[in-house]
Design a protein. Structure first.
Length: 81
């Protein structure tokens, strides 16, 4: 399957630390062969999107019949209590 990036996602990806980009690239390569291997968000704004974690970032994507669209990259760090 072909992997497409939504507007702005390549720019955010380019600004990520090198190790995060490497981990994300490995996961993106995997989802091109196994698009439904990661879980689907069940609640919230990104409900219905698949996601994976690379470093301290969440990568959201949707799966269609012929393509995978990387939709968002969101920091996943939690505030200290």
């Amino acid at each position: 399957m072909i992997v497409l990036f939504a507007d702005g996602v390549p720019e955010v990806f380019a600004e990520l630390p090198q190790d995060v980009r490497r981990r994300a690239a490995q996961s993106i390569e995997l989802i091109s062969d196994f698009p439904r291997m990661y879980p689907v968000r069940r609640r919230g704004l990104m409900r219905g999107y698949h996601y994976f974690v690379a470093g301290r970032f969440l990568f959201y994507y949707s799966v269609a019949a012929t393509e995978i669209r990387m939709t968002a990259i969101i920091p996943a760090s939690m505030r200290c209590a």
